[in-house]
Design a protein around this ligand. Structure first.
Ligand code: COA
Length: 182
């Protein structure tokens, strides 16, 4: 098995999760504002982060997902998470991400998404990467637009979140489009 990838951008280092990230994951992912755009558990209880991190190595080895800890390159501060859920049989993956509230609106989300798209199409040779966001999560939509993904439509009441059906806005990008644009 190849070593776990590290992705570097101008301001970020995307690296393997470590058990020592667990308190930061619990604190940052535990915010209602962060949970609201995702399927993160809420409340985010003691032990959940440790269990999730401990599972990641096996999941990565199975080839069904890869999750990166997003850290600041300058001082190694943990700020969030980004990953791909991979369906090898279709050579496609679903992109998901979250950042801690103190780190929003500084372009970090877009920077991380661009790096993971490059990794997914380059190293993993995926044919398609798609990213759904809940209707109303306009910041997430903006990130996907800025990263060059194409709006593909709305999936009505696709998920149930906090007891309510939510519409999804779907974005996608094909490997060929990514190559042509970069
Ligand atoms: C979505 C998320 C990752 C965005 O990360 P980020 O680092 O703040 O994103 P960026 O700074 O790269 O870009 C945010 C863009 O959204 C815009 N934005 C922020 N809040 C907005 C709002 N309420 N409505 C519309 N646009 C908004 C910003 O102005 C910026 O666009 P601009 O560069 O054109 O001005 C972050 O908000 C988050 O973690 N949210 C909670 C979890 C989540 O929703 N994850 C996504 C699941 S699909």
């Amino acid at each position: 098995m190849a070593p776990f990838p590290q992705l570097k951008t101008d301001r970020l280092l995307l690296r393997k999760f470590q058990l020592s990230d667990a308190p930061d994951v619990q604190r940052l992912a535990g915010a209602k504002e962060v949970a609201a755009g995702t399927f993160l558990p809420h409340p985010y209880e003691d032990g959940m982060a440790e269990r999730w991190i401990a599972d990641q190595e096996r999941i990565h080895e199975e080839g069904t997902a890869v999750s990166f800890a997003i850290t600041l390159a300058d001082n190694a501060t943990f700020i969030g998470s980004i990953g791909l859920n991979i369906a090898q049989s279709h050579r496609h993956a679903r992109l998901g991400y979250w950042l801690g509230l103190p780190y929003w609106n500084r372009g970090y989300g877009t920077e991380a998404v661009k790096a993971v798209l490059a990794y997914g199409f380059g190293q993993l040779t995926l044919n398609r990467i798609y990213a759904p966001h809940f209707l109303g999560n306009d910041a997430s939509g903006r990130v996907l637009q800025k990263a060059g993904m194409t709006y593909e439509g709305r999936m009505r009441e696709h998920y149930l979140r906090f007891g309510r059906f939510v519409d999804l806005e779907l974005y996608g990008l094909l490997q060929q489009e990514f190559i042509e644009r970069t």
